[in-house]
Design a protein around this ligand. Structure first.
Ligand code: HEM
Ligand code: HEM
Length: 227
């Protein structure tokens, strides 16, 4: 059967993926180096990317949409029995992808209220009480190993598909295209410029609010009494 190439992943989704990789790595490395300002900036960038992805999951192109890959019991059972022949994320991969998106959202949001009690606080720390901040900080810190676990699982699954099942997944995440023998598969559609601008504006708005733009200014420091 003749082979043809099909557009699967749109450019914004691919940019989202590789920027997410850079920003999550940046957040994890900077925290180890105790570069907390950088950690906060990378974390805010992750939050912006996730907000973009959330909107793109509603108005992006075919395989970027959540409803196109959210797995149900039937698609999972079909996949396990080798009877799933879709184009986008496979049902099992989709589960781990949804878990990554959810855990990173939790991490970025809790980080906004976190307090290292030494020199750095998240930009929304002032909006909550000390007890709430310390609870959110403790959840933020405990999530570290869950994130490492999900990334390890993600990379192991990709390596399994690439090297054992000989299915190309990484190249399509770079070029956007998959080579197929099927004649029926259609190019992904939708997710044009207007959708992109809407998703970008939402992401910028979320980062603006998350960075404390709507909080009242902090109280002035106590007067210097010269003692
Ligand atoms: C070198 C490292 C990485 C490689 C080679 C890689 C590769 C891939 C590939 C090939 C896919 C598409 C899977 C499919 O066809 O169903 C994918 C999806 C995804 N990856 Fe990665 N990945 C890497 C690192 C990461 C990291 C560090 C994260 C975040 C912690 C991440 C998060 C995601 C997400 C959220 C998706 C789903 C894309 C979407 O629909 O939004 N990846 N990755
Ligand atoms: C998804 C992105 C993020 C990741 C992966 C991440 C990861 C981490 C990790 C692993 C730690 C624990 C370091 C340790 O064990 O000492 C940490 C601490 C911290 N993070 Fe994040 N973080 C993210 C987003 C954010 C954001 C958006 C902010 C605020 C703007 C933030 C603020 C903080 C603060 C203040 C601490 C220090 C807590 C302490 O040492 O008591 N993080 N982060």
């Amino acid at each position: 059967m003749p082979v043809r190439t099909v557009r699967v992943w749109d450019l914004p989704l691919r940019l989202f993926h590789w920027l997410l990789l850079i920003c999550v790595a940046g957040a994890l490395v900077s925290v180890q180096l105790k570069a907390m300002d950088w950690h906060g900036w990378f974390g805010l960038a992750v939050l912006g990317l996730l907000s973009f992805r959330l909107v793109w999951g509603l108005i992006g192109s075919t395989h970027a949409r959540f409803w196109s890959f959210a797995p149900g019991p039937k698609s999972l059972a079909d996949y396990v029995r080798g009877r799933w022949h879709g184009l986008g994320h496979n049902p099992l991969g989709a589960l781990s992808i949804l878990a990554i998106l959810a855990v990173l959202t939790f991490q970025a949001v809790t980080g906004l209220f976190a307090d290292d009690v030494i020199a750095y606080t998240g930009p929304l720390r002032r909006a909550v009480t000390g007890a709430t901040a310390s609870q959110l900080t403790s959840w933020h810190m405990r999530m570290e190993y869950v994130i490492y676990g999900l990334i390890a699982l993600h990379l192991a699954a990709i390596a399994f598909h690439e090297f054992i099942k000989r299915e190309r997944l990484v190249k399509p995440m770079i070029t956007g295209r998959k080579r197929l023998e099927s004649q029926d598969a259609l190019d992904a559609r939708g997710g044009g410029w207007i959708a992109f601008v809407v998703a970008l504006l939402v992401a910028v708005g979320v980062v603006w609010v998350a960075n404390g733009a709507l909080l009242p200014p902090p109280p002035p420091p106590p007067p210097d009494l010269g003692w």
